[in-house]
Design a protein around this ligand. Structure first.
Ligand code: IVH
Length: 675
């Protein structure tokens, strides 16, 4: 049966609409229709193509994932070599670069020299060849001259159009860019792989490169890959604009995805300002970068400058301090936390990484330690990204000295010698010593005095450890019996600091029920849960007499939390501590349960959080809002009731202001909840 002209036309129209929506979604990051509409169009096209296989074209949006794996990678010779970049690791090195540029261009100053500044994406370079607007080849960079044919895999990446949009593109156009795995996708992918007992990726760069080198495109299609274009190689049979920045804009118009954080800046000062700005925002960017790239924007100037060996003289990468370094493991120790969790920690030969000197790195838990098989004497890769705790990423096995041994979970607590226990199905091993264990006691006390709990200023970790070691502090209640005299006799404590400390202890007595509940350090009861419980019950007597069922009526309190609370509050010893705390004068305003907000103060309100808050992380703020019944979403719209904004709030703040949405800082948020 032949296909009617009308059906053929209908298929073409569906393809065009899908391509258009792809463009809006990927290249412009501004979708026009909800996902369901897009899915409907795709399903309709698929059905049509299934009924009429002769309608299928290779550039149809349904044809991204090929059926059969390739048997190996063909080679692709790059008609124009894929170059690398010189590096600048400091301001001075960048200024030297700028000076060389000025000399070669015979310019006196950089006052009018424009640089295109872009994030340096941490992924894998790709070359995409379009002939008459249709994607015909994808290749890796390889050694710059010859790469591997990965056409079957790049086709699966939705950010890469199979056909260019609009018109005016060169007959042969080679787009170059970086394929990368966004941070969120990387994290989700690894979490899933870990849960399934499969291999995880060390970092997003390896994830991108590894995903592109799969023989089976179905595997690549499952990886959350993305791409930003950053230059053009071959451009035959057509004209391109005169400036790099304009070429990138033009690529975007043809449907290619480009980095939204690129800018054109003026001279070396503009470059430095850009570097600082991107550096400040680095942790908030959705993709991983290792620096920024500056390119002379004018192509005629680029032409005059030319190349040295394999790198252009018109571009340079300005790197951030490395987030990964190599060092040696001097020991593996086990630390005992507040809830008894026994955590392996690697003691390292100090190494400068991510902008600080690191000498300890977490190994998370015993399973992770065994999976990575970190041993004393090993050379390892340590990673410190942003303000995340430094971690051991992997062992460099071919540097392992002979005679090393696998590290084992100790049978007894390194601090109190109680049995260490592992509950089936839990990754965490715990010391069973409870508050008999000095480590747990010290951690519990540190938590009790911490800022979000009773907030006793000047009560440092060292001081607590000292007082626990001499058995002067056994429970939080003992804190309120400390005298100025005995404090002033401790190591590194003068009369003055002892007096200040007694003052802060006194001040801390007047608190809130939420803080008090949180300070008790009940497992699973975080700040937000404590706030929710306090808001729901209003006073302590009600909380203590609540059954597990009563407790579960509080938003976000499930059976596990309710059971933990009930167990804690049924323990005689704990009730004694609470009674003593109250006897020594710890007080808060108690509410009649009838007055308490049964459903939380923020019920029905929608929040968006942006920027860096002074004391809370965004996750903590989110928890807090949710515990009070509020909802947190990712983007500002007319449905948003409040924007919680911290330092360096960006486009969301501008949008919220435009929509006249009420803007809160952290304190205002807290007030809103407690009012
Ligand atoms: S331009 C001639 N721009 O860095 C200039 N490269 O060391 C060629 N990279 O292999 C590259 N982000 O994979 C350029 N905005 C960017 C980049 C970028 C990442 C990578 C690229 C290249 C390597 C050069």
């Amino acid at each position: 049966m032949t296909v009617s002209a009308a059906t053929r036309k209908h298929a073409e129209s569906l393809r065009d609409r899908i391509r258009h929506h792809n463009y809006r979604y990927h290249a412009l990051d501004d979708p026009e229709v909800p996902d369901v509409e897009y899915d409907r169009l795709m399903r309709e096209l698929l059905a049509l193509e299934t009924d009429h296989p002769e309608l299928v074209t290779t550039d149809s949006p349904t044809q991204r994932v090929g059926d059969t794996p390739v048997s190996g990678f063909g080679t692709v010779r790059h008609e124009l070599p894929m170059l690398s970049l010189g590096n600048a690791f400091s301001e001075d090195e960048l200024k030297d670069f700028n000076r060389r540029v000025l000399d070669r261009l015979d310019l006196d100053s950089d006052a009018e020299l424009m640089y295109a500044a872009e994030p340096k994406l941490d992924g894998a370079a790709v070359s995409l060849l379009y002939e008459n607007g249709v994607l015909v080849q994808g290749a890796t960079r390889g050694d710059g001259t010859t790469g591997e044919d990965i056409t079957h895999n790049v086709r699966t990446i939705e950010a890469i159009p199979l056909r260019l949009l609009g018109k005016g593109f060169p007959r042969r156009l080679e787009v170059r860019g970086e394929v990368f795995m966004p941070k969120a996708g990387f994290k989700a992918y690894n979490e899933k792989a870990r849960a399934a007992g499969e291999k995880t990726f060390v970092n997003p760069r390896n994830a991108a490169a590894g995903s592109l080198r799969q023989l089976d495109p179905k595997l690549t299609a499952e990886r959350p890959l993305d791409m930003y274009a950053y230059s053009v190689g071959i451009a035959d049979g057509g004209r391109l604009p005169e400036r790099h920045s304009e070429i990138i804009d033009q690529l975007q118009e043809w449907g290619i995805k480009v980095c939204p954080d690129r800018r054109v800046v003026n001279g070396v000062d503009g470059c430095l300002k850009y570097h600082r700005n991107i550096g400040d925002r680095r942790d908030d960017l959705s993709y991983e970068i290792d620096g920024v790239v500056y390119k002379i924007d004018s192509l005629s100037m680029q032409g005059k400058l030319g190349f040295v060996s394999r790198a252009p003289r018109w571009a340079i990468a300005h790197k951030f301090p490395a987030q990964e370094e190599m060092t040696e493991v001097e020991g593996v120790e086990f630390q005992v936390g507040r809830t008894g969790a026994v955590t392996p920690v690697a003691r390292l030969k100090p190494v400068f990484v991510g902008g600080v000197t690191v000498s300890n790195a977490t190994l998370h838990n015993i399973d992770e330690l065994h999976r990575k098989d970190v041993r004393v004497g090993d050379t390892v890769i340590v990673r410190r990204a942003g303000d995340v705790i430094p971690e051991v990423v992997s062992v460099i096995l071919n540097r392992r000295p002979s005679g090393t041994r696998r590290v084992r979970l100790p049978k007894k607590c390194p601090v109190c010698k109680s049995r260490v226990e592992r509950v089936d199905g839990e990754t965490v091993a715990r010391c069973t010593g409870g508050l008999f264990c000095a480590a747990q006691r010290a951690e519990a006390l540190k938590h009790f005095v911490s800022r979000r709990a009773l907030d006793i200023e000047g009560f440092g970790a060292k001081l607590i450890e000292q007082l626990v070691a001499t058995d002067r502090l056994k429970t939080p209640a003992d804190i309120f019996q400390l005298t100025r005299k005995e404090l002033s006799e401790l190591d590194r404590m003068g009369e003055r600091s002892a007096e200040n400390l007694v003052g802060s202890i006194e001040e801390s007595k007047s608190t809130t029920l939420a803080r008090f509940l949180f300070a008790l350090g009940i497992r699973e009861v975080g700040e937000a849960t404590a706030a929710g419980i306090a808001a729901h019950f209003g006073n302590l007597a009600e909380v203590i007499s609540a059954t597990e069922d009563d407790l579960q009526r509080v938003q976000d309190v499930g059976p596990v939390v309710a059971a933990r609370l009930r167990a804690f509050l049924s323990e005689k010893h704990n009730l004694e501590v609470i009674a003593r705390l109250q006897k020594y004068g710890v007080v808060w305003a108690e509410a009649d349960p009838a007055q308490a907000h049964a459903d939380g103060a923020l019920m029905g309100k929608t929040f968006v959080i942006t920027g860096t808050l002074p004391t809370m992380t965004r996750d903590e703020a989110k928890e807090l809002i949710q515990s009070a019944g509020g909802k947190v979403t990712g983007s500002v719209s007319s449905k948003t009731d409040y924007l919680v904004a911290g330092e360096k709030a960006g486009s969301k703040l501008i949008k919220a202001e435009k929509l006249e949405i009420e803007i809160l800082d952290e304190t205002a948020l807290q007030n809103l909840i407690s009012d």
